[in-house]
Design a protein around this ligand. Structure first.
Ligand code: NDP
Length: 240
């Protein structure tokens, strides 16, 4: 029977590429989004992938949304916690609101997405948790104290879940993309983007599909012994 995968933020950018890659592998895919109804509707029309709207930063909304997905598509076997935002500012100008918004979405959002599916995965003896972290969680980044803190926190989450889930057939891993050609990166001024590219030994931005292929592998049966790991996909920009 086909497995079911949930991809948060799965209707745009890297998440959309992940949703499509998992669908191509035969999964039933549910893709969530926050509020961009137009992009979500277009995505469903183009791919046939069902989209669901909730705020990953809200536990009750996440729990109710996940219950709806499981009712309509069956138990969730694979969770890709991908939804993320930036609210950049140098630390001396960063507001408590900018800090909190990013914590709520990128860090608490992972808890809110994984916690409701965890008991079912334990009972069924199979699960895949894949969190989309970032190169900037590994190395830090100017004007991203909030973002880097959440993305480093995501790595702590998967390392701990890996230890708790291993005996129950659940793996938890992270992918740390470098700079990928999505709206998030294309929104920065061209000059800044050029300077970013000049720091990437590969001489180009990554493609969302390159991240999606890492995720599809981590979700597969072949990746059962990979647990608590971080795959860096950054064109040679940073090593750990
Ligand atoms: P995009 O901005 O292109 O898409 C973000 C997605 O997340 C959208 O579907 C958006 O929904 C959804 N989302 C945002 N906030 C919430 C929320 N509160 N609740 C539910 N869904 C939400 O992002 P990218 O594809 O660029 O990034 C995807 C992930 O990859 C993020 O975690 C990001 O930090 C990480 N990453 C990205 C890199 C890059 O270079 N692009 C590099 C390293 C990591 P909606 O469409 O409704 O707005």
């Amino acid at each position: 029977m086909a497995r079911t995968a949930l991809v948060t933020g799965g209707s745009r950018g890297i998440g959309a590429a992940i949703s499509k890659a998992l669908k191509a592998e035969g999964y039933n895919v549910a893709a969530t989004y926050a509020g961009n109804d137009e992009a979500a509707a277009k995505f469903t029309e183009e791919t046939g992938i069902q989209t669901y709207k909730w705020n990953v930063g809200d536990y009750d909304e996440s729990k109710a949304g996940i219950a709806k997905v499981e009712e309509e598509m069956g138990p969730i076997d694979v969770v890709v916690a991908n939804a993320g935002i930036t609210r950049d500012a140098p630390f001396h100008k960063m507001t408590p609101e900018q800090w909190q918004q990013v914590i709520d979405t990128n860090l608490t959002g992972v808890f809110n997405t994984v916690h409701p599916v965890w008991p079912g995965m334990r009972e069924r003896g199979f699960g895949r948790i894949i969190v989309i972290s970032s190169i900037n969680g590994q190395k830090g980044q100017f004007a991203q104290v909030n973002y880097a803190a959440t993305k480093a926190g995501d790595l702590g989450i998967i390392k701990s879940l890996a230890q708790e889930g291993a005996a129950k057939g659940i793996t938890a891993n992270a992918v740390c993309p470098g700079y990928i050609a999505t709206e998030m990166v294309m929104a920065v001024p061209e000059k800044v983007r050029e300077s970013i590219i000049s720091q990437i030994p590969a001489g180009r931005l990554g493609e969302p599909e390159e991240i999606a292929r890492c995720v599809a592998f981590l979700a597969s049966d072949d990746a059962q012994f990979i647990n608590g790991s971080t795959i860096s996909a950054n064109g040679g920009q940073f090593f750990v």
